[in-house]
Design a protein around this ligand. Structure first.
Ligand code: COA
Length: 189
């Protein structure tokens, strides 16, 4: 079951063990913005830095719009991004995000999964649960046959999450003068 009623609007969710993945909502702005203030996140994901006003605009104009298009397009999701918050079941707190969309720098088929989690909730297996939940959802409900994941060679926890999800190591690729490990996972692997 991937839809939950909140108020009158159906909200897309993916249920995992300790966390739920839930489509970004405008109400997430403060918690999402606070996460992007953590250098422990933005040192690895500098594109997520911005002012609160920018974050609000990106949330509405990019993340929420692309989610709507993605969800309407299922199963043929094409180039759309799906952006999901990682919500801790125990407290309902928005502790991170797990997203999927095309990564322009990769060869086709170039859909990737990407994620981040608060410095306060690391090494509890939550991101692995999130990534596994998203991968399972994509392979079971969309036309995606291959997924990619990349992580800076020095980003040990991220490489570990990708490996724990069963991705196969491909090679090292260089993007903007930085070296990343590139992995792939096939639906029938
Ligand atoms: C990458 C990230 C999402 C991992 O989240 P997480 O919820 O802590 O991940 P998990 O708990 O599921 O798994 C982390 C694994 O890394 C391991 N790990 C963490 N730090 C480590 C270290 N310094 N050395 C060795 N292993 C380490 C953990 O032990 C765990 O592996 P295990 O289950 O085999 O013990 C988190 O560190 C993060 O948000 N980083 C900043 C953003 C980022 O890098 N995003 C990815 C961009 S490619």
């Amino acid at each position: 079951m991937n839809n939950e009623e909140i108020g009158s609007k159906e909200v897309f969710t993916i249920d995992c063990k300790d966390i739920v993945l839930r489509e970004f909502r405008l109400e997430d702005l403060d918690e999402l913005y606070n996460l992007t203030l953590q250098p422990e996140i933005t040192d690895y994901l500098p594109d997520w830095k911005g002012t609160k006003e920018q974050r609000k605009k990106w949330l509405i104009d990019f993340h929420m719009k692309s989610n709507e298009k993605f969800l309407k397009a299922i199963p043929n999701i094409g180039e759309q991004w799906l952006n999901l918050g990682i919500i801790l079941k125990e407290t309902n707190e928005f502790i991170g995000w797990c997203c999927t969309g095309p990564k322009d720098e990769l060869p086709l088929p170039n859909r990737e999964i990407a994620y981040a989690i608060s410095k306060d909730y690391r090494s509890k297996g939550y991101t692995t649960q999130a990534a596994e939940g998203l991968v399972k959802y994509l392979f079971e409900n969309t036309n995606v046959e291959v997924l990619n994941a990349i992580a800076l060679t020095r980003n040990i926890p991220s490489n570990r999450v990708i490996q724990k999800c069963g991705f196969e190591y491909i090679n090292i690729i260089e993007i903007e003068n930085e070296e990343f490990h590139h992995y792939k996972l096939s639906k029938n692997q």
